[in-house]
Design a protein around this ligand. Structure first.
Ligand SMILES: [Zn+2]
Length: 371
């Protein structure tokens, strides 16, 4: 494993490039923000909202999870005079704090629709996705993108205001401002699995289907990243949202460095842990990199923090016990650990003379190479 010389991201991260100086593309993308004309971008946003203004209805859909970014998106839309319809695709294991933060978004003064898919089918897909692509959150990553777009088409709302552009934030080569089907297929994290591959009754997976190109064209729906138009900073968004009632966790989230993000789903610990098993970095690394780039953490400090927090076996997440999440999927701990081991990249972790993964008494692995 090779690490960026400026942040602590390893070269195992998909879609991340390193230049001759050993600096990753996410750090380079971030540096280039200095040259962005943010005043011009803001004017572009105001013009775009003016073009989509609906004097008798909603101007846009804001997909919301209740998190710090979606709270921030709603606040900015309201400040710009827009009338958003907020739409949530219910998470797979809603947490108490996540539900309170949804209530907080409603209390900002917006209409709100929540779509909950069939939980019996969903748990089958969670299990299947964990086994087949090593990502329990695969169905959630499908429906957070399909549900708001389906509603936009159905309700004739032409604009969808998404949050950050993950490619711009975390590295990758997409620098535009629209989220469409092509973006979703390339960058949506669907890992080569398609809804058709699930082999399920199409009537049970209606909400997992993206509208057709004909439907989208007829409805004239455009999706934009707010992070293209306004300088994006997760921590700044959290502070701004907190000042408007957004609630943070009482301590750093398990496997993370901070208490202000990914609070809404008890399954996220498993999602993050599989990223660690496949690529050798976890959520703590993502956050450390964000803070290093913004001058809030020194690289040498970050190395120690990441080593302490990254990739811990996900016994709990935002206080939700692993056993509860596994119970939903009708999966025992031994079976879960076997799936973990199957998805672990053995080049990245310490093994014994027989090639077996070395774990401490809590089930934690040790990486072969740290920054
Ligand atoms: Zn970097």
């Amino acid at each position: 494993m090779r690490y960026c010389t400026r942040c602590v991201m390893p070269d195992t991260k998909p879609d991340l490039a390193f230049d001759a100086e050993g600096v990753c593309s996410a750090c380079r993308n971030f540096s280039s923000r200095e040259n962005v004309g943010w005043d011009h971008r803001r004017t572009q946003l105001v013009d775009l909202l003016a073009r989509h203004r609906n004097p008798t209805g909603y101007d846009c859909i804001v997909p919301v999870s209740g998190g710090k970014d979606s709270t921030y998106q709603v606040l900015r839309m309201l400040e710009l005079g827009a009338n958003p319809l907020c739409v949530t695709a219910t998470t797979d294991k809603p947490t108490a704090i996540g539900l309170r933060n949804i209530e907080n978004i409603k209390s900002l003064g917006v209409d709100y629709i929540e779509v909950t898919v069939n939980p019996v089918v969903r748990r089958r897909i969670n299990r299947l996705a964990l086994e087949r692509v090593g990502d329990i959150s695969w169905p959630e990553h499908v429906t957070i993108f399909t549900i708001p777009v389906r509603l936009a088409v159905a309700l004739g709302i032409r604009l969808i205001v998404w949050g950050e552009n993950p490619q711009d934030e975390y590295g990758g080569d997409y620098r535009g401002h629209t989220l469409d089907r092509a973006w979703l297929e390339r960058f949506g994290g669907l890992l080569g699995l398609s809804v058709a591959d699930l082999g399920m009754d199409p009537r049970q997976i209606v909400q997992y289907t993206y509208p057709s190109d004909d439907e989208l064209t007829a409805a004239g729906v455009t999706g934009i990243f707010l992070g293209y138009f306004l300088p994006w900073d997760g921590y700044g968004n959290a502070l701004y949202s907190q000042a408007h009632g957004f609630e943070t966790y009482s301590r750093p989230v398990e496997g993370s460095l901070v208490n202000y993000e990914n609070l809404d789903n008890g399954q996220t610990g498993i999602h993050d842990y599989f990223k660690w098993l496949k690529y050798g970095f976890g959520r703590a690394t993502d956050l450390a990199c964000s803070h290093i780039r913004r001058g809030r953490l020194r690289r040498d400090e970050a190395i120690g923090l990441v080593r302490k927090h990254d990739g811990l076996f996900p016994w709990t997440y935002v206080g939700v016990p692993l056993a509860d999440v596994l119970e939903d999927m009708d999966m025992g701990l031994d079976e879960f650990v076997a799936i973990c081991d199957r998805w672990t990249n053995r080049d990245l972790f310490v093994t014994d003379a027989d090639g077996a993964l070395v774990k401490d008494r809590h089930g934690n692995l040790t990486k072969v190479a740290y920054p």
